[in-house]
Design a binder for this molecule. Structure first.
Ligand SMILES: Cc1cc2nc3c(=O)[nH]c(=O)nc-3n(C[C@H](O)[C@H](O)[C@H](O)COP(=O)(O)OP(=O)(O)OC[C@H]3O[C@@H](n4cnc5c(N)ncnc54)[C@H](O)[C@@H]3O)c2cc1C
Length: 251
């Protein structure tokens, strides 16, 4: 009988996209919470120095935000906080975890970091058979040894798909077999590939989120994390349009 993982791996015209307005990946990011009144919170945090508080943003406030970004007066940008639920491959999660300042994570393994990330733990939960599907296999970049050629495809797509999907099926089947043998979940999960889809909550300040976007919505970044950065940008831009633009342009 066809397993769930085999059904998931059946060829599709393109992986289903649940990233908002991002069509080239199979994860999603959802803004689940935020603290502050967007640009107004940034301005009011800055204007407290003069004992002033605004109820509505005006042109002078736009200039103030641009000034703050240009001169790296960053503390006002830390009063807005966002929480995202992110569903993406472990490969992307590993890159996301590198962003530390103004963000934090808590998980079974990294509790001592005293942070505020939460992720599904493979010690508690048997993994659902969900893996990142690749729509197009890209060739290696010639001069940048870390990068691929964005927008290009290798010729032998079908052969690559066969190897990629077979390897996922084998790993998942071995994971299940280990569980059936009575092996604990925390050890059985070690045979899973880094293409498995993980879900986590990321809470970060506006400054940290824009730092992430700046570094990861970039030609040097891996396309898959670039898609995540673009999706996050779409979520935060309407909340803090002046600050996000100023930090991206001036910061
Ligand atoms: C294209 C790309 C390729 C990468 N390749 C690799 C790789 O091959 N291997 C690898 O390990 N990582 C790699 N990284 C991760 C990279 O080294 C950073 O860890 C990651 O981008 C997080 O950026 P950050 O340091 O700005 O973030 P954060 O750690 O969140 O820091 C935010 C900011 O705080 C300041 N800061 C942080 N720590 C200190 C400190 N100790 N002292 C003073 N100021 C500090 C800096 O201004 C920093 O920009 C790569 C990142 C990118 C974008």
């Amino acid at each position: 009988m066809e397993t769930q993982v085999e059904r998931n791996l059946k060829p599709k015209s393109a992986p289903k996209s649940v990233y908002r307005r991002v069509a080239s990946d199979d994860g999603y990011v959802e803004l689940i919470d935020f603290m502050g009144k967007g640009d107004l919170s940034v301005v009011n945090a800055a204007r407290v120095s003069f004992g002033k508080q605004k109820q509505k943003l005006d042109k002078n406030d736009h200039k103030l935000i641009q000034y703050l970004a240009r001169h790296k007066h960053m503390s006002p940008f830390r009063h807005v906080q966002f929480s995202f639920r992110i569903h993406t491959s472990e490969v992307v999660c590993r890159q996301l975890y590198k962003h530390q300042v103004g963000c934090a994570f808590t998980s079974g393994e990294f509790r001592e970091a005293a942070t505020i990330w939460n992720e599904i733990s493979g010690r508690y939960v048997q993994f659902e058979p969900a893996f990142h599907l690749v729509a197009n296999f890209r060739p290696q970049h010639e001069s940048n040894r870390q990068a691929s050629k964005h927008g290009e495809k290798i010729t032998l797509q079908e052969e690559a798909q066969e190897i990629y999907q077979r390897s996922i099926l084998d790993s998942y089947s071995n994971y299940k077999k280990l569980l059936e043998l009575g092996v604990c979940r925390e050890q059985a999960r070690m045979v899973l590939p880094v293409s498995f889809m993980n879900t986590l909550i990321w809470t970060a300040s506006l400054e940290a989120v824009v730092n992430f976007i700046k570094l990861r919505d970039h030609a040097n970044a891996q396309q898959e994390i670039r898609n995540l950065a673009l999706a996050i940008k779409e979520l935060v831009l309407p909340i803090c349009p002046v600050s996000v633009s100023a930090l991206l342009e001036e910061g």
